[in-house]
Design a protein around this ligand. Structure first.
Ligand code: MLT
Length: 236
């Protein structure tokens, strides 16, 4: 089988339809969505803009949902939740539907929405994602959300780490050049919070006082769960 990596959503030229797609936005959208669902959220609805989020909330009923997300890493005025995974504690999110818009992560998810099997990945579920890909036994694509259309090192590190975990579990696969580069970049050990802190996204988070989020997102295998995009809703 082939397991390719795309460093940016724009590289997804081939149809995602037949492949298993795993969307990665390590800092922080897919880490936060995973944390929300692990803590009992009913579902996460990724949307492209603040306006779409508000429209969707009105459609479903403002009291039935939580509005969440960020712009420039900061909470969106009037929304109940930002994009820090530690905010998504069970008392806040259990049983709730979360409408979420972020700069890069939700856009990548919307780009992948046509795939038959679309999951979200981060370091926090790297082992579970590797296992899920191996169980499918089909071609797969690790789709990095990147940063404003460009490369983001933390997503590439995460993709490389998932490929390492697959290799360690005995999976045999071929991949594109991006997959080979991601494997080299990740090296053989876990990805450290220090390495993440040195990326552009990591530096931005430190600048706005959100260093704790980097450490949170660096914890490999925090959850043994792989959220799936079911229509327009992410769920466990
Ligand atoms: C994104 O979707 O662009 C990121 O999750 C940004 C962030 O860290 O808030």
């Amino acid at each position: 089988v082939r397991i390719d990596v795309a460093f940016t959503p724009a590289e997804v030229r081939k149809s995602t339809g037949r492949r298993v797609v795993v969307v990665i936005d390590l800092l922080r959208a897919t880490s936060t969505m995973l944390e929300a669902l692990a803590n009992g959220a009913r579902g996460v609805l990724p949307v492209g803009s603040v306006e779409d989020a508000v429209r969707k909330a009105e459609e479903i009923g403002r009291d039935a949902v939580l509005l969440a997300g960020e712009r420039e890493c900061l909470p969106i005025p009037g929304f109940q939740l930002g994009n820090s995974p530690a905010e998504y504690v069970p008392p806040k999110v259990r049983g709730r539907t979360i409408i979420m818009t972020t700069t890069n992560g939700t856009a990548a998810l919307l780009a992948a929405a046509g795939a038959r099997h679309c999951y979200i990945g981060s370091l926090m579920n790297a082992g579970a994602v590797a296992r899920r890909i191996a169980e499918h036994g089909d071609d797969a694509l690790l789709l990095c959300s990147g940063k404003e259309g460009g490369f983001a090192a933390e997503d590439a590190l995460c993709a490389g780490r998932i490929l390492r975990r697959l290799r360690a579990a005995g999976a045999r696969f071929r991949g594109n050049d991006a997959a080979r580069v991601a494997l080299r970049l990740a090296g053989s050990g876990p990805v450290s919070a220090e390495a993440l802190a040195r990326t552009a996204a990591g530096r931005r988070l430190r600048q706005v006082g959100l260093s704790a989020d980097i450490a949170f997102c660096a914890v490999e295998d925090r959850h043994d769960l792989v959220p799936v995009l079911d229509g327009h809703r992410l769920r466990l």
